[in-house]
Ligand binder design. Sequence first.
Ligand code: FES
Ligand code: FES
Length: 158
Amino acid sequence: MTQSISITVIVNEKEFTRAVEPRMLLSDFLRHELGLTGTHVGCEHGVCGACTILFDGESMRSCLIFAVQADGHNIATVEGLAKDKDSLHPLQQSFWEAHGLQCGYCTPGILMTMIPFLKQNPNPTEDDIRHALSGNLCRCTGYQHIVDAVKLAAEKMK
Ligand code: FES
Ligand code: FES
């Protein structure tokens, strides 16, 4: 039997210490150990972007990293975006207003990709947005409404 390793991570500004097997993926840790099921798992090999989270402020695919590698690091998931349950983050609000999702499976990953993108590019062109979205697969929307939602968010977040 594999020996568990104790890790301590900050997730959405709260500290968690857990014993995990070295082979456990960070995506599984967030979903199964912490119950943060907003981080979605699609392909589990780095292609679809559904599992994207922030790792020390940068977008990262949580299916491509082991939970033990997150020891001592700062993680944000989609659950940490809104300040409270009654108010959406401006990026979430924009997806709501511009109809940027259908089934919503890809949405958490897209939001967590767009957060640092908009921080670095507060005035993105449509091409910039499409380029930034190129690593996130959506099976439903045809992307136009997602692009519109990100444009709207850029306006709101100025
Ligand atoms: S589940 Fe991680 S990239 Fe698809
Ligand atoms: S909204 Fe369904 S996969 Fe993107």
